[in-house]
Design a protein around this ligand. Structure first.
Ligand code: MG
Length: 280
C-alpha cells in the first residue's frame, strides 16, 4: 500500500464531513466516514453505497459513530453530552454503536471509531468501571465482526488513555490519534502524547489547533492545517518514528462553509504532499 495516502473525513448526510464527490474532485482515494443516519443504514443502502464508492475509486478506512444530542460547544457540554459516558443515553447509544459497526461490516470496513466521551480521570470514580464495561461490550461485538475499535483521542491525557486501554484489556481496541484535540481539550502536548500511545495508533486525523489561554478550562481554536500549534512536520516525523504509515485523514469540520472547507482541505493536502516529499 502507498505510504501515508492522504484522506479526508467524509459524510453522506448533511452536516458533517465533505461530500464524497468533493473528496473525488480533490483527488482523494481514502476516507473515514461519518456513520449515516439510522434510516440510511440498510443492506440496500450499503450495496448502493459500495457501487458509488467503486465508481469514485474511494475506499473507506474507518466508520465513525456519532450520536444525536452530542454537543461540542464547550468543554462542559462535551462532558455532559458526548459518547458512551453520559449515563442516561449510554444503553441506547451502545446499541446504536453496535448497529453502526454492523453497517460498517456491510461496507466491508474493518474499523469503527468514536469519541467515547470524558472517561473519569480518577480510576476510583465509580463511573470508571462502568465505562470499562461498556467499552468491552462494544469491543466484543466488533470482535465478532472482525473489526477493531478506534478511540478518538483528546478528552484524556495520554497516560490515562494508556491505563484505560490496559484496563479494558481487549485485543481489538486501538487509537485514532487527533493531535488537534490534545490541544483543543488541553490534554497535553500532542507529539509527546503520540509517542506514548504509539503502539495503539491505527488511524489519525490531520487537524490543527491553537492552545487556549487556559487549556483544559476553555477551548483552544481549531485552525486550517499548518496554521496551528501542532507542527505538521514534527507530527509526520513522530508518525514515522512509531511506524505509522496508514492514511493521513484530514479533518476540517466547517460544513456550513463548503467552499472554504474544500479550499482549506486542498491547501492541507498540498502541505502534506510537500512534507511527504521532503521526508522521502
Ligand atoms: Mg478528530
Amino acid at each position: 500500500m502507498e505510504k501515508w495516502p492522504i484522506g479526508v473525513f467524509a459524510g453522506v448526510d448533511a452536516g458533517l464531513g465533505v461530500k464524497l464527490e468533493v473528496a473525488r474532485e480533490l483527488g482523494i482515494r481514502t476516507v473515514q466516514l461519518h456513520a449515516p443516519r439510522r434510516e440510511s443504514r440498510t443492506p440496500q443502502r450499503a450495496k448502493d453505497f459500495l457501487t458509488k464508492l467503486d465508481e469514485l475509486g474511494i475506499r473507506i478506512t474507518v466508520v465513525f459513530g456519532g450520536f444525536e444530542g452530542e454537543s461540542y460547544a464547550d468543554i462542559p457540554a462535551v462532558i455532559e453530552t458526548v459518547g458512551l459516558v453520559p449515563p442516561a443515553t449510554r444503553a441506547a447509544r451502545t446499541r446504536e454503536m453496535k448497529e453502526i459497526a454492523d453497517f460498517a461490516r456491510l461496507l466491508g470496513v474493518d474499523a469503527v471509531g468514536l469519541h467515547l466521551g470524558f472517561v473519569p480521570h480518577d480510576a476510583g470514580d465509580s463511573m470508571y468501571g462502568d465505562i470499562i464495561a461498556v467499552t468491552r461490550e462494544l469491543c466484543d461485538h466488533c470482535e465478532k465482526l472482525d473489526q477493531n475499535v478506534h478511540l478518538e483521542t483528546g478528552q484524556e491525557p495520554a497516560d490515562l488513555l494508556l491505563k484505560f486501554i490496559g484496563d479494558v484489556d481487549c485485543d481489538n481496541l486501538f487509537v485514532n490519534f487527533d493531535p488537534a484535540n490534545m490541544i483543543l481539550y488541553g490534554c497535553g502536548e500532542p507529539i509527546a502524547a503520540l509517542k506514548k500511545v504509539g503502539k495503539y495508533v491505527r488511524s489519525v486525523h490531520c487537524k490543527d489547533a491553537r492552545w487556549a489561554k487556559n487549556p483544559g478550562k476553555e477551548w483552544g481554536a481549531e485552525t486550517p492545517l499548518g496554521e496551528g500549534d501542532v507542527g505538521m512536520e514534527n507530527f509526520l516525523r513522530a508518525l514515522a518514528e512509531i511506524g505509522y504509515f496508514g492514511p493521513l485523514t484530514i479533518e476540517r469540520e466547517i460544513p456550513q462553509e463548503p467552499k472554504r472547507q474544500k479550499a482549506e482541505i486542498g491547501r492541507g493536502m498540498k502541505l502534506l504532499h510537500e512534507l511527504k516529499a521532503r521526508m522521502g
